[in-house]
Ligand binder design. Sequence first.
Ligand code: NDP
Length: 309
Amino acid sequence: MTAKILSGKEIAEAIKREVAAEVALITERHGVRPLLAVVRVGEDPASAVYVGSKVKTSEELGMLSEHHHLPVEATHEEVLAIVKDLNARPEVDGILVQLPLPAQVDEREILETIDPAKDVDGFHPVNVGKLSQGQKSLVPCTPAGVIEILKRSEIPIAGAHAVVIGRSNIVGKPMAQLLLQENATVTVCHSRTKDLPAVAATGDILVAAIGRAGFVRAAHIKPGACVIDVGINNVSDPAQAAELFGPDEIEKRLNTIAKRGFTLVGDVNPKEAKEKAGAFTPVPGGVGLLTVAMLMKNTVEAAKMRRKL
Ligand code: NDP
């Protein structure tokens, strides 16, 4: 069997087009442009790339954006003051604090200070609680993106057995809640799950959010399952790459390692998924592309809900 590849590119582009149309409509009818404010502390290179892409995309879609960049030695109080100021400004619709934060900044207090109505990452306990009660809320972008991939690829969710590997607050847990809301029967696995391959292999839908390159092997996959790979890992060892990629892709990957020092790999072994799954998302080019698109969607949602448009 050769699995179908579920590309995130077209889906992310479609969502961005829909958001742009909605922004244009809100601007025309109500004279407002949704505003996304992003707060970044320090010089983490990955955070700089993520924030840059969030700011650029929001502007491309017709929204306003602000980038508040503080030095790595910024105090907890300084970050808190920025968040409180953004909460108080009525023209700000979405606030995103890019993680990780330096050790002296209390991440939990910062995230809990964000006005839940402006919490476009969906990490505030009020939004987490609403999601678990099935109320309308701002939902974490990555798991929301997975649901978009499943729905727009016409993968049946209702009645399916969905297995989620990972139980983090930003991916695994909200993923399980969203799948439950879509009427899947959901199993959540983690590092203490016994006989993980056997449990995973009962999933019609298998979501991997673990943080270990190529962790999900053929033994974890039910024949014909839909495998969603949330993981983003760097692989720099050519021998490890050879375990993960077949003849169709290995040359390209080895070239990338030679050029950049690493290649991006998910939590699923793509060579084995291709043989056994019915469909799977590639890395890069899968779930990752949806995260920014869903952030844009959340910002417009926040603007509509706050401003009662
Ligand atoms: P965390 O490290 O917070 O959570 C990882 C989860 O995987 C934990 O629940 C952990 O279990 C579980 N786990 C770890 N090792 C094993 C194991 N050997 N067997 C079973 N379960 C295991 O990671 P995140 O949820 O933040 O991220 C997961 C992956 O998704 C990462 O690769 C990350 O880079 C990627 N990611 C991608 C995004 C995107 O936009 N595509 C966005 C966010 C994350 P336990 O709780 O027991 O420790």
